[in-house]
Write a protein that binds this ligand. Structure first.
Ligand SMILES: Nc1ncnc2c1ncn2[C@@H]1O[C@H](COP(=O)(O)OP(=O)(O)OP(=O)(O)O)[C@@H](O)[C@H]1O
Ligand SMILES: [Mg+2]
Length: 363
């Protein structure tokens, strides 16, 4: 009696599903936790054959094998995992520890339900895999971005060296030859054509000055010194209209100032990329840029076209990473400045890209 009391107390408090069976596999006792976990009651359990209770849900082949092992051979089975899809309890993963006591008169079945733990592990694994996939994709994009930047740097160097070599150097050589001729003429006393020669020399030097001026304004556009976003955008709009025949409607307040040069240059770069995307992909010659203040110090900028549109999901998770880097670069640059970036587009519906920079208008 005393012994039974202890067992009953233990079965009250233990945080595990425990069944005590007789040698005919009839349930003699069960832990409170068992009733709670498997939604049943002592009335439906005690005195019943194990494989009959709970609508015969425990009649699982693996459990039958484990119990017959305990009864016939080993006296105990340790850490035996059974996965089972119960009709009433759903999918469960359980660890069974089964022992026979009192010369096989009683069998103790301890059931630990590790479904939650297993699901959590599976979820962590899955999360890990998606994270790894994302990191891999990002690394590969960053790598191709770096490669592209190096390439465009080399192209830019080549362009500058072509201008220096083919244009400027040729003009300077021509000036030098002209000066030699003038010198010879002077030595021979032929000064009649000097004025004409000087005129040609002036044309050459004017052209050289023009080339250097263009080159330096190309390399570091004077306009980016202006803090006014309207001036900057008007310059960009004129450039796109001139170079690519894109007609752009610019809607902006006139007094928005961006004091930080890095933010200004980034914005110019981003808008140039977005407008260039319209030129390349949208199949339209019309675009709109909307600029507005966002709260006190923020700026919101939308580049809109009514052209082809595209499937954004596909475009940003493209497998063809090496070739499409523009939008990724835009996102990276904005992330760096703490900005936001949203693309709304669908095939046939045009495209709207919205950029928000919360501290752009502060010093
Ligand atoms: N305004 C737009 N209209 C239609 N499709 C667009 C537009 N902007 C982007 N896309 C689509 O999104 C894709 C990704 O754009 P993204 O700027 O990243 O790459 P890209 O322009 O193809 O190449 P890159 O910018 O690297 O030279 C484009 O290839 C194009 O299919
Ligand atoms: Mg692009």
């Amino acid at each position: 009696m005393e012994e039974k009391n202890y067992s009953e107390m233990l079965l009250e408090v233990i945080h595990e599903g425990v069944l005590i069976l007789d040698q005919d596999l009839r349930i003699q006792m069960a832990s409170k936790f068992y009733y709670q976990s498997f939604y049943t009651t002592p009335e439906e359990t005690i005195g019943k054959f194990l494989f009959d209770v709970s609508n015969r849900q425990w009649d699982i082949p693996e459990l039958r094998i484990a119990l017959s092992n305990v009864l016939q051979n080993d006296n105990q089975v340790r850490n035996y995992e059974i996965k089972h899809n119960f009709k009433e309890f759903g999918y469960r993963v359980m660890i069974f520890n089964i022992s026979s006591v009192s010369a096989k008169q009683l069998i103790i079945v301890a059931i630990e339900d590790i479904t939650g733990y297993k699901t959590a592990i599976e979820q962590i694994k899955e999360l890990n895999n998606t994270l790894e996939g994302k990191i891999e994709e990002r690394t590969s994009k960053l790598r191709s971005l770096a490669a592209k930047l190096t390439m465009s740097e080399q192209e830019e160097r080549k362009r500058i060296s072509d201008i220096l070599h083919e244009d400027l150097q040729q003009i300077l050589v021509a000036i030098q030859m002209k000066l030699n001729l003038i010198e010879w003429d002077y030595e021979k006393g032929k000064t009649k054509n000097f004025l004409k020669q000087i005129k040609v020399l002036r044309e050459y030097t004017d052209s050289a000055i023009d080339k250097t001026r263009n080159l330096s304004s190309d390399l570091s556009p004077e306009i980016t010194k202006s803090k006014n976003i309207k001036d900057l955008l008007e310059w960009l709009v004129a450039w796109f209209e001139h170079r690519h025949n894109l007609n752009i409607t610019l809607n902006t307040e006139s007094d928005l100032q961006i004091p930080d040069k890095e933010i200004r240059l980034t914005l110019v770069h981003i808008i140039r990329e977005l407008l260039f995307n319209i030129v390349k992909h949208a199949d339209t010659d019309q675009a709109v840029i909307d600029v507005s203040r966002k709260d006190l110090h923020g700026i919101k900028l939308a580049v809109i076209d009514k052209g082809n549109g595209f499937d954004v999901e596909k475009a940003v998770s493209h497998t063809d990473v090496a070739k499409k880097i523009g939008l990724f670069n835009v996102e990276e640059r904005l992330n760096y400045l703490g900005g936001d970036f949203e693309i709304e587009s669908a095939p046939g519906k045009g495209t709207r890209v919205t950029i928000t920079l919360m501290r752009a208008l502060t010093d």
